[in-house]
Ligand binder design. Structure first.
Ligand code: CS2
Ligand code: MG
Length: 405
């Protein structure tokens, strides 16, 4: 069967939220799907793929995945960056999908086979009050989850990351121009230890509890917060400080035994090399979609394994079901799996994507007999949902200065 690439297409669709999807076809008739969704910058990725990468791929052998990866990465001269690495990821996932289909095997088999039967997943829980947040965690535990992330509205602030003002599910990229949120570190630092203690008090310690700081603290503040959260025994404190400053995490680490997780905004192994090799973190949280695909994410996870760092791959609604499948196949095969984030999707997403993985009582399971990544994309359904420009919010301190969101 000829593996020559004959067609590369990029699809931008918005069934409830925007996704960028790559479709690669071979002369032998195999079709591979990849995720290249970059929340809030979708059209830049589409242009990078359509205008710059597609012409390089036509006629190449789709089975030479590593070679194509290096050609796109080194051949650009300008390496790394979210737009480049997300674009490469879309191509890479589609090529693994094709290879699996050619072999008649799911991708996790090509990666070495199952290292576990199912994956512990964590969803988001939140509320406008502590009581509502506790009820939201309790509802998730009731559904069978063994790990839950909790956020709650900070008293005195009009907006808080992770909270939907009207109740309901939270989707951060929701307006055609960025909304501006307000942030006050002292109010947050005062509130969060009380929130997490109240959750433990009501619901006990028999499950894994997670919290996302979303890059808003200085290393000293984060160290102090981690220390005050120690009695609540978190599974992890996520993104405690802005992630690009790798050495900051060593400072946080020096002040607390609360486990640390970071990585959702990273796009290469170089972004986490120092964090991992200095043992400053416990969990690495990149998304396969933003980190050069399966080919590169596999290397990040292998480096992490050497230093006892486990996975907690990014799984928000802005990683499409194709990208989530790529996460799931990697999670199944690696030795150092920790947990898989699963935020869930707007309802209409299911009209466009069908997957061979599914959520069963708080765990992700996947079929053994569906080759490739196991995701199908309905092009007619996708065309009913055209691109709909949406931005993530921007954060300001109470004095009006821009802060990390
Ligand atoms: C979040 C994300 O999932 C998470 O942990 O931090 O929802 C993040 O806010 C979005 O991916 C931004 O696009
Ligand atoms: Mg996060």
């Amino acid at each position: 069967m000829s593996m020559q690439i004959t067609d590369v297409d990029v699809l931008v669709t918005s069934p409830g939220r925007n996704y960028v999807i790559v479709r690669i076809e071979t002369a032998g008739g195999l079709v591979g799907w990849g995720d290249a969704t970059l929340n809030g910058r979708e059209l830049a990725v589409r242009s990078y793929l359509q205008d710059h990468l597609a012409p390089l791929l036509l006629g190449r052998d789709a089975s030479r995945i590593g070679d194509i990866w290096s050609y796109l990465y080194k051949g650009a001269y300008w390496r790394r960056g979210p737009v480049t690495m997300t674009s490469i990821s879309g191509i890479d996932q589609a090529l693994w999908d094709i290879l699996g289909k050619a072999a008649g095997m799911p991708v996790f088999q090509l990666l070495g086979g199952r290292a576990r039967d199912r994956l512990m997943a964590y969803p988001h829980a939140s509320g406008l009050t502590v009581e509502a947040s506790i009820a939201s965690v309790a509802a998730r535990l009731e559904e069978g989850y063994r790990a839950v992330r909790v956020q709650a509205a900070v008293p005195g602030l009009l907006t808080t990351y992770g909270i939907h003002r009207g109740g309901g599910s939270y989707e951060p990229a929701k307006s055609s121009l960025p909304e501006e949120e307000a942030w006050d570190t002292p109010a947050y630092l005062d509130f969060v230890p009380k929130l997490l203690a109240a959750v433990r008090n009501e619901l006990g310690f028999g499950f894994n509890l997670l919290h996302d700081v979303h890059h808003r603290l200085s290393p000293t503040e984060a160290g102090a917060l981690g220390r005050s959260l120690e009695p609540s025994r978190l599974y992890w404190m996520e993104d405690a400080t802005p992630a690009e400053d790798q050495s900051a995490f060593a400072l946080v680490r020096a002040h607390t035994t609360t486990p640390l997780a970071v990585g959702e905004v990273f796009n290469s192994i170089w972004d986490c090399q120092q964090l991992i090799t200095s043992r400053s973190i416990d969990y690495i949280r990149c998304a396969t979609t933003h980190t050069g695909g399966i080919t590169h994410m596999r290397r990040v996870l292998a480096l992490a394994e050497l230093y006892g760092v486990r996975s907690g791959l990014h799984g928000p609604s802005d990683v499409s079901p194709v990208g989530m499948a790529a996460n799931v196949h990697l999670d199944l095969a690696i030795p150092n799996f920790g947990v898989q984030e699963f935020m869930g999707y707007p309802e209409a997403t299911a009209e466009v994507f069908t997957t061979s993985y599914r959520l069963v009582g708080g765990h992700l399971e996947i079929d053994d007999d569906v080759p490739g990544l196991g995701v199908d994309v309905d092009l007619d359904a996708a065309s009913r949902y055209p691109y709909d420009r949406k931005y993530l919010p921007v954060n300001r301190l109470l004095d009006g200065s821009v802060h990390d969101w």
